[in-house]
Design a protein around this ligand. Structure first.
Ligand code: HQG
Length: 180
C-alpha cells in the first residue's frame, strides 16, 4: 500500500474513532472500542473500502501509534485525541520535569490569559520531545513552543495521564506553569 493510501485510511479512522462514528452509523463502546468487521462493513458502504491486511498495516505503520487493536483483532480504538465522550481508563503517571506544547502565535494572547485549555478534545496534549511539539504546532502555521513545568504541576497535585502512544495529557495548564 502506498503512503498516500495509508494516510487516507488513517485520517478516516481518526475521524470515525475520535470524533464522529455516527457519520457511518457506528457506535463506540464506553471505552472507545469499535467492532472491526462492523467498522469495515459500514465504511465500505460509504465508499471507504479497505481489507484486514490494510487495516493491520495502517495500525502498525502509524508513526504516532494512533490506534490500538485488541488481541484477536476484532476491536479497534483510537489511543487518544477524542472529542466524543469515551472513558479511556488512562492511568495517572508521574510526568517528567518539563513537557512541551506546540501552538501558533494567534493563540498566544489567550494562552497568556487563561493558560492551555483542552478546547474540543478531552485533555491538553503535551509532548516529551521538543521536536514533537514543533511538529504539532507546525500543523497550524509557524510553531511557537511552550515549556510546561509539569513536574511542579504534578507536585502541586494536578494529575497527569499518559496515553498508550506516549502523549501526556492533563486537564488544564494554568499560566503560572508555562514558560513563555
Ligand atoms: C490551542 C495531533 C486559545 C492549542 C497532534 C492548539 C497532537 C488555545 C489548539 C494532538 C488555548 C487546540 C493535539 C487557549 C490551547 N486559547 N487557543 N487558552 N489553549 N489552545 O488540535 O495540541 O495527528 O485540539 O495550542 O499531533 O494542537 O491528531 O490540540 O493549537 O498530538 O494524532 O488550541 O493532535 O495528533 O488544538 O493537538 P488541538 P493540539 P493527531
Amino acid at each position: 500500500m502506498d503512503q498516500k493510501r495509508r494516510k487516507n485510511i488513517s485520517k478516516f479512522l481518526s475521524l470515525i474513532l475520535r470524533h464522529s462514528p455516527e457519520t457511518i452509523g457506528l457506535q463506540l463502546d464506553e471505552q472507545g472500542w469499535a467492532d472491526v468487521p462492523e467498522l469495515m462493513g459500514k465504511a465500505a458502504r460509504r465508499g471507504q473500502r479497505f481489507n484486514m491486511e490494510e487495516l493491520l498495516e495502517v495500525v502498525a505503520e502509524c508513526e504516532k501509534q494512533r490506534f490500538a487493536l485488541n488481541e484477536d483483532h476484532t476491536r479497534i480504538r483510537a489511543n487518544q485525541g477524542h472529542s466524543v465522550n469515551v472513558e479511556l481508563a488512562l492511568e495517572v503517571a508521574t510526568p517528567p520535569e518539563y513537557l512541551y506544547h506546540g501552538t501558533v502565535g494567534k493563540f498566544m494572547q489567550a494562552i497568556r490569559e487563561e493558560g492551555l485549555l483542552k478546547m474540543s478534545r478531552h485533555h491538553v496534549h503535551l509532548s516529551e520531545q521538543r521536536d514533537t511539539a514543533t511538529a504539532v504546532g507546525a500543523r497550524r502555521g509557524l510553531p511557537v513552543i511552550l515549556t510546561v513545568h509539569s513536574g511542579r504541576m504534578f507536585r502541586d497535585g494536578i494529575p497527569f495521564f499518559r496515553s498508550a502512544n506516549n502523549v501526556w495529557l492533563t486537564d488544564h495548564v494554568p499560566v503560572k506553569y508555562i514558560a513563555f
